[in-house]
Design a protein around this ligand. Structure first.
Ligand code: SAM
Ligand code: SF4
Length: 467
């Protein structure tokens, strides 16, 4: 009997659940890739086409070392051929870790009595943002636990405060949010405050596993979380980020589900997610997971290459949960955004934190604690352009009008050299040299003279010039 996945397909309807574990499992069960199939799929992706669930399953099941290498090579080629060398940099800012949920993997869960609970007050928030601006940060993601105190109005207030902080030449130009799912009114409220992307990770898309990891609290409701970004879209917030926490369930299943989620948003709202995140579980205060679904480094980087091929135009975020060597490799496969200079302890950007208490103040351990400048220095040294550019978003190029790589040539041309202004002389020198090199490589259509005149204005102290 031939396999007919359509039989399993739950139709895409706005605000309705769309994940069918049986459908995903059938794809994975029936995908038997050989060399020519894998090559054809890679070629399709290199032609800048999204992959179907069936094709993604083929890549996920390609276990032969030569096929895995072909996939990694395909992702590297896609990255080189299509996307510029721009890497967007941001920093997470933990605003408060009170939480009513009891997620079994998280240091902030309500049953962890050792966790030191803290919410930044108004002045502490300002000090944190000033400290981040002094380092040259322009884009933040604000992170909140799920708690009655962190209402949409409260989150919106925090966002407005953050935008209002100007320290020296510094300012925050884009505030993204990672917080609990909201109702439609709530999404409208935070949108009005001018947020960028609203990120919500499903953690695991597998319904049974989800139920086990989320025994109590509002997060228990799988469907409410799954449909959260539908509500965001209905509320007019079209810039959304999806994600799954790798290490909770089978990584292949999660990749399929992420692609299914992207398809669902496209089918219902004509716009896929702006970004995909794939955090890997890290040790956290008083958390002990069995390790059954732990994702090895090899599988993790292979998974990133597959995701890149499956969704050629979606931004991919990799955080400081990962070691520098993994981050380097992931960037070569097309990760487009990374955080740098990250501190997860609440209040730690502005103050020195007692290290002995660290794990009780942070959500989990990070593995890349290099300062922003060191990360920039390395990126520039490897030929990447660290970018703090927010022009697209500020010119209204979001959602349907904007995908991370929608016009690759365009993306290559617009990046902010402002960051080099904050860097120590050595890094700044390298940064200007890189900008010079890129100017010399631009094609005739580029307005090189215009860019040069803007660069002179930036050197003279002006900020925030964009096309
Ligand atoms: N409380 C909100 C929520 O759960 O959606 C948003 C903030 S939560 C602090 C952000 C994300 O951190 C979660 O969605 C989860 O994927 C991730 N996370 C939680 N525990 C983690 C751990 N031990 N290691 C790595 N990531 C973790
Ligand atoms: Fe709370 Fe979010 Fe941590 Fe769950 S993942 S315990 S909701 S902060």
């Amino acid at each position: 009997m031939t396999f007919n996945p359509e039989k399993y397909r739950i139709p895409d309807e706005p605000m309705k659940p769309f994940i069918d574990a049986a459908e995903i499992e059938h794809y994975l069960f029936h995908a038997r890739p050989d060399k020519s199939v894998v090559q054809d799929i890679i070629a399709k992706s290199l032609d800048k086409n999204r992959l179907s669930l069936a094709e993604t399953a083929m890549l996920l099941n390609a276990d032969d070392p030569s096929l895995i290498e072909a996939i990694r090579d395909g992702a590297r080629r896609l990255k080189e051929a299509v996307y510029g060398n721009r890497i967007v940099l941001f920093a997470p800012l933990y605003v408060g870790n009170k939480c009513m949920n009891n997620c079994r993997y998280c240091g902030f869960r309500t049953s962890n009595k050792a966790a030191i609970r803290k919410t930044l007050d108004h002045n502490e928030l300002i000090r944190e943002v000033e400290a981040l601006e002094e380092k040259g940060q322009k884009r933040l993601i604000l992170v909140f636990g799920e708690h009655a105190e962190y209402s949409p109005e409260y989150i919106a207030d925090v966002v407005r405060t953050v935008y209002g902080v100007k320290k020296g030449k510094g300012e925050i130009r884009r505030v993204n949010i990672n917080a609990a799912p909201l109702d439609m009114e709530g999404f409208r409220t935070v949108k009005k405050a001018g947020i960028g992307t609203y990120q919500i990770f499903q953690e695991t898309y597998h319904p049974e596993a989800y139920t086990w990891y989320h025994p109590s609290g509002r997060k228990k409701d799988y469907t409410y979380r799954l449909t959260a970004l539908d509500r965001a879209q209905e509320a007019g917030l079209d810039d959304v980020g999806i994600g799954s926490l790798f290490g909770l369930y089978d990584w292949r299943f999660e990749v399929m589900a992420l692609i299914r989620h992207a398809n669902h948003l496209e089918a219902c709202y004509n716009v896929g997610p702006h970004t995909i995140s794939f955090p890997r579980y890290q040790d956290a205060s008083l958390v002990e997971l069995s390790g059954k679904y732990k994702v090895s480094d090899d599988d993790f980087t292979r998974m990133i290459a597959i995701l890149r091929l499956a969704v050629p135009y979606t931004g991919m975020i990799l955080t400081a949960r990962e070691r520098p060597d993994i981050r380097r490799e992931a960037i070569r496969y097309g990760v487009s955004q990374i955080d740098a200079g990250t501190k997860l302890e609440i209040g730690a950007y502005a103050e020195a934190v007692d290290m002995a208490q660290n794990l009780n103040r942070e959500q989990f351990r990070i593995n890349d604690d290099r300062p922003l400048n060191d990360v920039m220095d390395e990126l520039i040294g490897s030929g990447y352009t660290p970018s703090f550019c927010t022009a697209c978003y500020r010119l209204g190029r979001t959602g349907e009008h904007f995908m991370e790589f929608s016009v690759p040539g365009f993306i290559k041309r617009f990046c902010s050299p402002n960051a080099v202004d904050y860097a120590p002389e050595r890094t700044a020198g390298k940064g200007w040299a890189l900008i010079e090199k890129q100017l010399s490589e631009m094609d005739e259509q580029a307005d090189v003279a215009g860019i040069r005149s803007r660069l002179e204005r930036i050197k003279a102290g002006e900020r925030d010039l964009y096309y």
